[in-house]
Design a protein around this ligand. Structure first.
Ligand code: UDP
Length: 460
């Protein structure tokens, strides 16, 4: 039976406006909408036109101070964050007010944990506030231990003295998020990561895009300062439980995916014969690293599909694309999930962004980890050592994973003896991801409990 709008619980979901944040938050909105919650995604003018989710999720504007202009003009990251905080707070307040006036008040604001200011705006306007974390539980635990005072910055980790934290495996220097090993490297990003915990004790709910079976211990590590409910993996339903009709993609793409071209090419390749290479939406490789990668994929015995964003393309060796015709396809952007789900893909070479990591796990594709910065290094450790679904490429003293090393890693995943074990682990994680999101699974149950609380709040 149809329920009129004013009886429905209503959530506004606000992602940080980048691909790796819009995807999981929009997916959460879709999950909630599928359970009878009215969901609105509030995002910036620059990203709004890239959202084509589904009729189930409305899209509303929120200002970052760069409406209609290129937000790259913001310059430094710190300036952008200040701008989105100042303009975002005001436009969120207006949005909350207008929904209330229209008779569909917002029950809960689900904000990207990068935006702690949204919590105060929500509470001031009588809505509940839920923080949504887009990193792994292990990474969240590390940052929460800093905020809780268990560890102090900079984190000094020596070869014979790894960082030891409860519930986490010993972390060597190369496993510790780069911002905290070297706090002066990206101070604005570090401040943003730490600010996630600044008022978290006032949040009505805390969610994380991971799942119980995957990070049971890690979530316990920090539960005092970070009482998160695990609701992931936030991957479209068609790739997991299949319970949301038509949910075949995130419904947001900041660049145009060349899906048909990729699928047509992959369809001509044998099962598990192609290496898929992608460094996500933000990483910029050095020209040297690009050259090493180019050499490695060209020399490998496998086919390859490599996503090289337009802004990175000039770093490819001259004439490279032409020289690998037939063996490799280079595209500026694709629908990554479709690629990972394609039977021709045998290996995922990834920068280990958290979404890419979860997608590799959820689709059961073994990985070559080539982390570049931030939390990617911690995700890489788990991919190789804890979950056993990949191998991490070792860097030389200049921070470059050389051609021979890359070739060795490709072989390990595509042909080596360890391939069998990695594949079977990858299959296991896929099954567990499906179990978590399916009816009665741990993530599904956590979402149902949230929905129940929203509905109770509407009734009261
Ligand atoms: N992605 C995509 N097409 C591409 C490359 C990436 O759709 O060609 C998506 C990918 O599926 C993931 C997101 O972009 O959901 C990247 O998020 P991640 O956390 O992995 O990395 P980030 O871009 O934030 O560094």
């Amino acid at each position: 039976m149809e329920t009129s709008n004013h009886q429905l619980a209503h959530v506004i979901v606000i992602p940080y406006p980048s691909q790796g944040h819009i995807n999981p938050l929009l997916q959460f909105a879709k999950r909630l909408a599928a359970k009878g919650v009215r969901a609105t995604l509030a995002t910036t003018a620059n990203t709004m036109q890239s959202i084509h989710a589904s009729a189930a999720v409305a899209v509303a504007p929120i200002s970052d101070g760069f409406d209609g202009t290129d937000f790259a003009k913001a310059g430094k990251q710190g300036d952008y964050l200040t701008s989105i905080r100042d303009h975002g707070s005001k436009s969120l307040a207006k949005l909350l007010h207008s929904y209330k006036s229209a008779g569909s008040p917002v029950t809960c604001v689900i904000y990207d944990a990068f935006f702690p200011w949204a919590l105060d705006v929500a509470h001031r306007h009588g809505a509940m506030a839920a923080a949504f974390f887009t990193n792994s539980a292990a990474v969240c635990a590390i940052f929460s231990h800093i905020c809780g005072g268990t560890i102090t910055l900079p984190v000094n980790v020596h070869h014979d003295a790894p960082l030891i934290l409860p519930g986490l495996p010993p972390l060597n220097a190369c496993d510790v998020p780069t911002f905290i090993r070297n706090p002066s490297s990206y101070p604005a990003y570090l401040a943003m990561k730490l600010s996630q915990f600044s008022n978290l004790q006032n949040a009505d709910f805390v969610f994380a895009n991971t799942f119980h079976q995957l990070e049971r211990q890690e979530v316990k590590s920090a539960e005092k300062n970070w009482p998160a409910k695990l609701v992931g993996p936030m991957v479209p339903s068609a790739y997991l439980d299949g319970r949301i009709e038509g949910d075949k993609g995130y419904g947001a793409s900041l660049w145009k995916p060349l899906s048909e071209q990729c699928a047509a090419w992959l369809n001509t390749k044998p099962r598990e014969s192609v290496i898929y290479v992608s460094f996500g939406s933000m990483v910029s490789l050095t020209s040297k690293q690009m050259e090493e990668m180019a050499w490695a994929v060209k020399s490998s015995a496998s086919y390859f599909l490599w996503v090289v964003r337009e802004t990175e393309r000039e770093k490819l060796p001259a004439g490279f694309a032409e020289s690998v015709k037939g063996k490799g396809l280079i595209v500026s952007w694709c629908n990554q999930l479709e690629m990972l789900a394609h039977p021709a893909i045998g290996c995922f070479v990834t920068h280990c962004g958290w979404n890419s990591t979860l997608e590799g796990l959820a689709l059961g594709v073994p990985m070559v980890a080539l982390p570049q910065w931030s939390d990617q290094v911690t995700d890489a450790k788990f991919i190789e050592e804890i979950w056993g679904v990949g191998v991490r490429a070792k860097e030389d003293e200049f921070g470059v994973a050389g051609r021979e090393e890359l070739l060795y890693c490709f072989k390990e995943v595509m042909e080596g003896e360890s391939r069998v074990k990695m594949r079977s682990n990858a299959r296991k994680w896929r099954e567990l991801a499906i179990e978590a999101t399916d009816e009665g699974g741990t993530s599904d149950t956590a979402i149902n409990e949230f929905v129940m609380k929203l509905k109770i709040a509407v009734q009261n």
